[in-house]
Design a protein around this ligand. Sequence first.
Ligand code: DX5
Ligand code: ZN
Length: 221
Amino acid sequence: MTALIHPSILSADFANFQTEFVSISSADAIHVDVMDGHFVPNLTFGLPVVKRLVQISELPIDVHLMIENVDFLAVSYADTGAASVTFHQEASVEPVKLARQLRAAGAKASIAVKPGTGLEFVLDNLSEFDMVLVMTVEPGFGGQSFMSDMMPKVEQARAEIDRLGLNIRLQVDGGIDENTIKVAAQAGADTFVAGSSVFSKSDRNGQIELLRDIANKAFDY
Ligand code: DX5
Ligand code: ZN
């Protein structure tokens, strides 16, 4: 496995995305958190801003939708040219139908589960998705503490992905830093979202490389 690091721009300067992108050029993709103030108690930005972010980014854009009405709204985000679109199982009425629509629109289809949601549905329908996101904080805000009690879920997802031999990325999001990334990688995560632990550093590219290195070494154990 090779670790992928996706910095979350939730912790970036919202007035300077273009310069902020340059500071994280060694990332594998840029994680963009769309929040609607309903699915989560926080509001960020929507489709017009994501369209521009896709246009100005040299890296793939990984959209994380924390919004309601996602069955209706998500495909427009795939149409922007985003590399992947993650929606929450809790917000979708027909997740398999939605995943197929996202793939048809040219994006990788990804499903997220909040800490309180079990993996039964995801594991029963694994081949429909290109990525699974196990949240390691309650979605809504950056800078929260990593929930190590989510690791059994990560292990469960890793075991099933490997058992079926599927080419699916397993992402964790929330509280990932130099210490917690090792725990998450050992549990089987291979794609790591990191907001505050990247953007709080003056050498952000150095921090991205450090995180990637720690995760890749953890895979060897
Ligand atoms: C939280 C977001 C995360 C957030 C992570 O709801 O989905 O992507 O930016 O931030 P950190 O890494 O600071 O926990
Ligand atoms: Zn996120």
